[in-house]
Design a protein around this ligand. Structure first.
Ligand SMILES: [Zn+2]
Length: 385
């Protein structure tokens, strides 16, 4: 049992000062410091914020490694690298590649789910492709596209938490039905779907939209498409809040239309994140990182070099949301989408996943299930954090 005192604890829609957070692997209590049990290990947060741990549901890689490496060491590196940015749980995200590569990546994710946390927890995979539209590939390799395959997702159900697919490719609806039946979150993306096709998929159980505005036709008032359906329906929307994938004005518009309960900030980071400028591989394609942009040779945006703490700062700066509301977009909302009932909030019974942030919303320390996995005063493996 341990306690953190002297912090501003974000609990629900507000924050609590003058209290102590008591935890082991789970949050035990939030109580006055004077009521703490005697003799327990106590950390003074010195007025910093204590925020629910971030959950990144869309991240390919970071620190030079990628989910598609299909390697336990790569996932460990990602877990540690993300923890430096406040992430306490994540869905390693695959790319459209040949079946053997995807199977190997999923095998590695399955094995990593049960590994003891030395960083963020692996919750299971986000399968991004190969069931997407040839006309909305983004940085996905079109040579490996396949028809949506219900049997594949049923076979890999224990590893898959979220699947991005183009609903117009699922012509008989059997793929979405399989996702719904297996309890895998269906997210629409990399899609040319009409408004009507998208709304039908939402009615049939799709719950989210993958990086809204990217990988889909732009919103048009006569043909609202997937973007319009995402704004109209009561579904979650992922947003890459780096100011490159969408303009900060769009952060504000989205908040007006969806509210704080339906927006999920994702990094969509690729292996070059945290490493500065250079050339990197993403799903078999070469990506050049320059400043905040990661692009293929033809100029197509190819993942990001965003981290979730920076996304939170960007979103807060653009919208003026206070931290106790903005934090939902990286913690409670993604946990709710995934059905993680004991993550995303600081509340008795929840896992002791939290981040200590300074006044500039920069990460001081990260705790996963009560264990300190990052401290910014110590040396870090990941360059340029
Ligand atoms: Zn992605």
């Amino acid at each position: 049992m341990k306690a953190i005192t002297g912090g501003k604890i974000i609990a629900g829609r507000t924050w609590l000062g003058g209290t102590a957070l008591l935890f082991d692997g789970r949050v035990l209590d939030i109580l006055p410091k004077s009521e703490l049990p005697a003799g327990i290990e106590t950390l003074d947060a010195e007025g910093a914020w204590i925020v629910p741990g971030f959950v990144d549901i869309h991240v390919h890689g970071v620190c030079g490694v990628d989910t598609m490496d299909g390697a336990a060491e790569s996932l460990e590196t990602i877990a540690a690298g993300l923890a430096a940015h406040g992430v306490t749980a994540f869905c390693p995200t695959t790319m459209t590649m040949d079946e053997a590569h995807i199977e190997a990546a999923l095998d590695a994710v399955e094995a990593a789910k049960n590994a003891p946390p030395n960083g963020a927890r692996v919750l299971g995979a986000h399968l991004e492709g190969p069931y997407i539209s040839a006309s909305r590939l983004g940085a996905q390799d079109g040579t490996h596209l396949r028809r949506p395959d219900p049997e594949f997702v049923r076979r890999r159900k224990s590893t898959l938490r979220l699947v991005t697919f183009a609903p117009e490719e699922d012509t008989d609806g059997r793929f979405l039905e399989a996702l719904r039946e297996e309890g895998i979150v269906a997210s629409l993306g990399h899609s040319q779907a009409t408004y009507e096709q998208a709304m039908k998929a939402f009615r049939n159980g799709a719950k989210s939209v993958t990086h809204l505005f990217n990988g889909m036709p732009p919103f048009h008032h006569r043909t609202p498409g997937l973007a319009g359906a995402a704004l109209d329906a009561d579904v979650f929307c992922e947003l890459i809040a780096d100011g490159v994938h969408s303009h900060p004005a769009v952060f504000r518009l989205l908040l007006k239309m969806k509210g704080v309960e339906r927006i999920i900030l994702v990094s969509d980071a690729m292996r070059g994140a945290c490493l500065g400028e250079g050339e990197w591989d993403l799903g078999g394609q070469t990506v050049t990182v320059h400043g905040p942009e990661a692009k293929l040779a033809d100029g197509t945006l190819a993942g990001s070099v965003l981290t979730l703490d920076l996304a939170l700062r960007n979103y807060g700066a653009a919208t003026g949301l206070p931290l106790w509301e903005a934090a939902r977009l990286v913690s409670e909302n993604p946990a709710r989408l995934l059905g993680e009932r004991d993550r995303g909030r600081i509340e008795p019974g929840y896992r002791a996943d939290f981040v200590i942030l300074d006044e500039g919303w920069r990460v001081i320390k990260t705790f996963v299930e009560g264990k300190e996995v990052f401290d910014r005063h110590e040396n870090r493996d990941c360059k340029g954090l």
